[in-house]
Design a protein around this ligand. Sequence first.
Ligand code: DGL
Length: 284
Amino acid sequence: MEEIAENAALAERAPRAVVFDSGLGGLSVLAEIRRLRPDVDIAYVADDAAFPYGRLSDETLIARVEAVMARIVAEQKPDIVVVACSTASTLALPYLRAAFPRLPFVGTVPAIKPAARESRSGLVSVLATRGTIARDYTHALVRDYAANCEVTLVGSAHLAPIAEGAMRGEAVDEVQITREIAPCFVEKNGRRTDCVVLACTHFPLLIDALKRLAPWPVLFVDPAAAIARRLDALLGETPRGSAQRRPGAAIFTSGAPPGAALQKALLRYGLTFTPSAAISLAMA
Ligand code: DGL
């Protein structure tokens, strides 16, 4: 009898997901997850105490992501974790999977394969943090899936902080964005780049500016919808929740409460700042 009641309670419990990023970029992924699976309870964790990840050495980044994840998993007890960050995923995913073997992780990898498939001109660019551009993982994707294309890898140090600032209500520096994206646009023998892979989850937050400032129209390839489908496939076995939207928790590892503009932005994503759950884990 007791067991039946327990099973019924479990069946009613919404699946719990943690969406994790160095900052606010993962919100571009969260939006797609919410669209596809409104029944999932989401805790959004921004490791803002260590932002930006793009400047960290491999060893520091792996250690940092493992340490933060251990705290999050213990506190949130998620059914699934989405690492909504290419810089972390392309390096730390194998370590996370080894450290938490029973927990499914969905990673974010540069969408080089679909871009190579879509490109007509054969000129594809990958726009990412410098960390992601340096990874063997990224180079292997180019080798394995884009052999028919000429791929230009563009590492940007400034775009993620600009996107972060925009979410916090700061003015967007369009001149700087134009400078950062310029190397993505290549002209060669009468052909032009026609696909730009947004291989950092912060960049889709700037999509309107990117489209406006691009020297010619291109397809900006955003992996968020594919990540949401992967989460849906992995949760497939778990019972669906009630599809009733509850505000999710927004957790910042710095513990710093967001300003008014960011609070408003978080609300648009169905999140409220949750101070009690803050993880103050300052960078060593
Ligand atoms: N949002 C992260 C990504 O997808 C990177 C931003 C950072 O440098 O922390 O790569």
